[in-house]
Design a protein around this ligand. Structure first.
Ligand code: ME8
Length: 651
């Protein structure tokens, strides 16, 4: 390891199911992991940041079948296709060092070896599985674990399952896992420990079914054809195969394992804090140092899910607000360990308040004044005052608290600290009133010091926000002319009085018009209206005799005119074959000009009782075809061939 390195830091995200496009909830965890990886790199750690995709399992097999493609084609499209997982991480500026796909051949071969090792050491054995299976979660459950007869993780229906299967002796490790959870800080936040111990370990850990025979899209058990490895074994070991465990593709196991932290969503804490350590214990492998279970991002109070139609598209948000603003919002707003409620209003108000008003304004006021009073060149020197010392003490305190918060994965607290400094600096401008100092030549040394203190606060704040808003931080450094060695963690000591060369740029975070943006977003995220819609068929039956009572006839239009004071009605004079003119009023003025209908042969019901409309009598009804196109109602009169004589019966 290099001398300057503080040590290694191995961090992972869960590997995502490519069963549908990813939404902002998935983005949340990956952005958090990315910010942590960048923070550790900033501090001088040798970081390995792993993410990837978990591509096996029945759900994928089913989805591929539905789509009429092979499972491999299906996952390839969602992972590597347009606006797929890889595109999304690129867009979100995710700095992962490695990306694993569980369909990668090195991983598949390694999983087979791992499974065989646990079989050989007696921790995997063959038996019969009877129980319940939740397809969407790929989870097996015993009757007693169900909640109201449904999957305890997702609340959906479970299926009966019975088949010959391999089992992992999870029960054997119950005591050791419980001790690990209770006596160490392996699992955080601490509240999740009680949940695991009370809900899963204390009621009795049963052996875990770890193979399936009812589908084929998985890693085959090579010594027993027909069985595929349970997707969670396949998935969890990604954290090690991606370093080279049981394969030659990589050679980083010694350097990076055990992982320093696995970031995972709360619903998969059980797999990571019970099953994962038990399997590692079975193979006598070192355990990861920590599993951190973050909360869920809900949308307007509900968990995001494709089936509820409330998934928020990160592409739309990033395009409209900018990647850094979106990353910032996710980490500043929601405490990482708890659930958060995503709303468009909250997103916009956070951007306007913190980014446009506080940070953006501080940078633009400072650079504009530096330009105005000093042409952007701030030479060495100046006159300090007590206020500057207060700023410098605050900066030191902020850095220390920021570090403490980041080390505890409290992104929102850490960013709050950076913004405490930003807020104080904005107030410092008002207290020092540079525009007043600029009026007197003798106050120029003080004015110079004020400008440089502001630059220094901004520089420090930019370093602190850089793991979360990497591009914006670089833009800020550039605007202040900060040299490379002033952009790093080790330069976080406050030293305002060197020289600065600033420039003025476009606003970093333009203010958003709340009302306008909210309605634009609503429009964009509205479920698309189907291009063509017709009314559903009526479930009610009409008996034949009743139907035959309707007298339908061909009629010819002798004259047609609009009805005064009515926007809807046209009045038809019709030849119905009787020799006496028939008058029918019809509400179709929106669709036809009267003159274009004269001479046409139409279909009419002629034995309806007469009724008055706008003072005129209507004797019957013209038939038309109605449908909806792009949300608008369309109507076409039924036009018959002109060879059909007036009065011909329609039947
Ligand atoms: O669980 N808010 O994959 P996955 C916050 N393949 N986090 C959310 C979220 C939301 N609304 N929706 C999803 C899997 N997530 C497994 C992991 S690891 C060996 C295997 C998080 O694609 C979720 O909590 O269903 C999980 O941590 C991650 O996205 C991946 O979910």
């Amino acid at each position: 390891m290099c001398e300057k390195c503080k040590g290694k830091f191995y961090i992972t995200t869960p590997i995502y199911y490519p069963s549908a496009k990813l939404h902002i909830g998935h983005t949340y965890c990956t952005v958090a992991t990315d910010a942590m990886a960048r923070y550790k790199r900033l501090q001088g750690y040798d970081v390995l940041f792993l993410t990837g995709t978990d591509e096996h399992g029945q759900k994928i097999e089913d989805k591929a079948k539905e789509a009429g493609v092979t499972p491999q084609q299906y996952v390839d499209n969602i992972v590597a296709g347009e606006k797929g997982v890889l595109d999304l991480w690129k867009l979100m500026n995710i700095s992962n060092d490695r990306f694993i796909r569980t369909t990668d051949s090195y991983h598949v071969a390694a999983i087979q070896k791992i499974f065989k090792k646990m079989y050989d050491n007696g921790d995997i054995y063959k038996g019969t599985y009877t129980g319940k299976y939740c397809k969407p979660c790929e989870s097996f459950w015993t009757e007693s674990q169900l909640v109201d007869g449904k999957c305890p993780d997702c609340g959906r229906e479970v299926q009966d399952a019975q088949e010959e299967a391999y089992f992992f002796r999870l029960s054997k490790y119950a005591g050791r896992v419980q001790a690990l959870l209770e006596n160490t800080d392996f699992l955080e936040p601490r509240s999740r420990v009680n949940e695991m111990v009370n809900n899963f370990i204390k009621p009795g850990l049963e052996d875990l079914c770890v193979s399936r025979t009812s589908f084929t899209w998985g890693v085959p058990v090579d010594f027993d054809p027909g069985h595929v490895v349970y997707v969670w074994i396949d998935a969890l070991f990604n954290y090690m195969t991606a370093l080279g465990f049981e394969n030659d593709r990589y050679d980083d196991l010694e350097k990076y394992w055990p992982a320093d932290v696995h970031f995972v969503g709360k619903e998969i804490v059980r797999f990571h804090s019970i099953i994962w350590p038990a399997m590692l214990m079975s193979l006598n492998l070192p355990l990861p140092k920590k599993v951190y279970g973050h909360g869920w991002l809900n949308f307007n109070g509900e968990k995001m899910s494709k089936s509820r139609g409330n998934v928020v598209d990160p592409y739309i948000l990033a395009e409209r607000f900018g990647v850094d603003a979106l990353r910032f919002f996710l980490l500043r707003t929601f405490p990482f360990g708890s659930d958060g409620n995503f709303t468009n209003e909250l997103l916009i108000s956070t951007i306007n308040t913190d980014l446009a008003n506080d940070l953006g304004n501080l940078v633009s006021r400072t650079t504009a004044m530096s330009q105005k009073y000093f042409g952007g060149t701030l030479p060495e020197g100046g006159e300090s005052a007590a206020l500057d010392e207060e700023l410098s003490l605050l900066a030191a305190e902020v850095v220390q608290k920021y570090e403490q918060a980041m080390d505890g994965f409290q992104f929102s607290v850490a960013l709050g600290e950076a913004f405490r400094l930003i807020g104080r600096a904005n107030k410092y401008i008002d207290e020092n009133a540079p525009w007043v100092l600029a009026k007197r030549e003798e106050s120029r040394p003080r004015l110079l010091a004020v400008m440089k203190n502001l630059c220094e606060c901004i520089r420090i704040a930019a370093i602190l926000v850089s793991p979360v808003m990497p591009d914006s931080a670089q833009k800020i450094f550039d605007l202040l002319g900060v040299p490379a060695d002033g952009r790093v963690w080790d330069s976080l000591r406050y030293c305002a009085l060197g020289a600065w060369q600033t420039s003025v740029g476009a606003p970093l975070f333009p203010r958003i018009d709340v009302e306008k943006e909210l309605s634009a977003l609503e429009e964009l995220t509205k479920p698309p209206v189907p291009a063509l819609q017709v009314e559903p068929l009526s479930p009610e039956r009409v008996d034949f005799d009743t139907f035959c009572k309707s007298d339908l006839r061909a009629v010819k239009v002798k004259a047609c005119e609009s009805v005064k004071k009515s926007e809807k009605l046209l009045c038809f004079t019709l030849d119905d074959g009787t020799g006496v003119d028939r008058q029918i009023l019809s509400g179709i003025a929106k669709y036809y000009k009267p003159e274009e209908l004269v001479g046409k042969t139409l279909a009419a019901v002629v034995n309806l009782p007469p009724r008055k409309m706008m003072g005129r009598e209507s004797c019957g009804m013209l038939l038309s075809a109605v449908h909806t196109e792009h949300g608008e109602e369309r109507l076409n009169l039924l036009m018959l061939s002109d060879t059909i004589p007036a009065g011909a019966k329609l039947c």
